[in-house]
Design a protein around this ligand. Structure first.
Ligand code: RIB
Ligand code: CA
Length: 319
């Protein structure tokens, strides 16, 4: 079957662009596999003002004409944390982007989520690549629509380790209370945690493959990769870890991942482990699994698929 032979999955893209969010959205749109109903922005990598401006710029670059709405400016309870050391002061430092032609919708993200989920004839997948504040706020504000969410495919957590503290990954740590609400919601979760995203590496030679595609989007993506890799190269990474793209790629090419079902709890207390995603490896709690967790990936297949999805922009991506 060709990519376009598959039925399109109705999705909401929720994230905090952010270089890897931008690449995740780029491959989602380029794949032709999704009916992107809405784009909603989260505060995380940068402030909500900056991530929303970046969302407008990314959607303009890739020609994604879905409605864009600004999300919560702060976590549910915690103080806001940003990540300028990784994504820069703008949240999307690096190549100059076209001025945004996409405007924000005049309603908050939670209400745009409700509008598109209520009117979609199928269940909607939420693809979350930032802190889970918006998704949690939506679940709290519209419990009557919970059953209309088919799945939440999220980048977040780590079954065995963190990246912002030894125990916690950034997206979960920014808003652990929101993550707890989402993981306890009963909505099926596809979790791309650090266990897999740190293996989904795009090597410098892959940057060159993308640069040589020579289309308007590939010319930006390779520079995003190059910028994102600067931080990681200093930590002896062999390539740029594609955290957020894993939450999209797992929906397009599940066959290149290894997945395991676990009951995952979110630590919201503690001095050392707040924000940890704690898997019940041996079923000790007796609770049924609440998350399908990505635990391994065929890196070469991942890199080839990502290059192929960026190449799609040279052939005219469906509006
Ligand atoms: O820990 C990685 C996650 O934090 C990614 O979503 C990245 O964009 C940042 O938000
Ligand atoms: Ca992100």
């Amino acid at each position: 079957m060709q990519m376009n032979d598959f039925p399109k999955i109705p999705v909401i893209l929720d994230g905090d662009p952010g270089h890897d969010d931008a690449i995740a959205w780029t491959i989602a749109h380029g794949s032709g596999r999704f009916r992107i109903l809405a784009v909603t922005t989260a505060a995380g990598n940068q402030t909500i003002e900056k991530t929303t401006y970046n969302a407008r710029r990314v959607c303009t670059l890739i020609g994604l004409k879905a409605p864009i709405a600004r999300g919560c400016s702060h976590p549910l309870l915690a103080d806001l944390m940003n990540a300028p050391s990784i994504h820069g002061e703008t949240g999307l430092d690096g190549p100059a982007l076209p001025a945004p032609v996409m405007e924000e919708e005049p309603l908050p993200a939670v209400e745009l989520m409700a509008r598109v989920i209520r009117s979609c004839e199928e269940k909607v997948t939420i693809v979350s690549t930032g802190p889970l504040t918006n998704t949690a706020a939506f679940l709290l504000s519209h419990p009557e629509l919970r059953e209309r969410i088919g799945r939440i495919s999220l980048m977040g957590g780590g079954l065995g380790f963190g990246n912002w503290t030894p125990a916690a990954e950034f997206n979960i740590l920014v808003d652990p209370e929101a993550a707890k609400i989402v993981f306890e919601s009963g909505v099926p979760i596809l979790m791309a945690g650090l266990d897999v995203t740190e293996k989904a590496l795009i090597y410098p030679e892959d940057f060159e493959r993308i640069r040589s595609l020579g289309n308007p989007v590939s010319g930006i993506v390779w520079q995003w990769l190059e910028f994102f890799y600067r931080f990681h190269r200093n930590l002896d990474y062999k390539g740029a870890p594609m955290h957020d793209p894993c939450a999209v790629m797992a929906l397009i090419h599940p066959e290149i991942f290894t997945m395991r079902d676990y009951y995952v709890q979110i630590e919201t207390g503690g001095d050392y482990c707040r924000g940890a995603t704690v898997p019940d490896w041996y079923g000790i709690t007796g609770e049924a699994p609440n998350a399908t967790c990505l635990v391994d990936v065929d890196r070469e297949a991942f890199a080839d698929a990502l290059v192929g999805l960026i190449a799609a922009y040279g052939k005219g991506v469906a509006e």
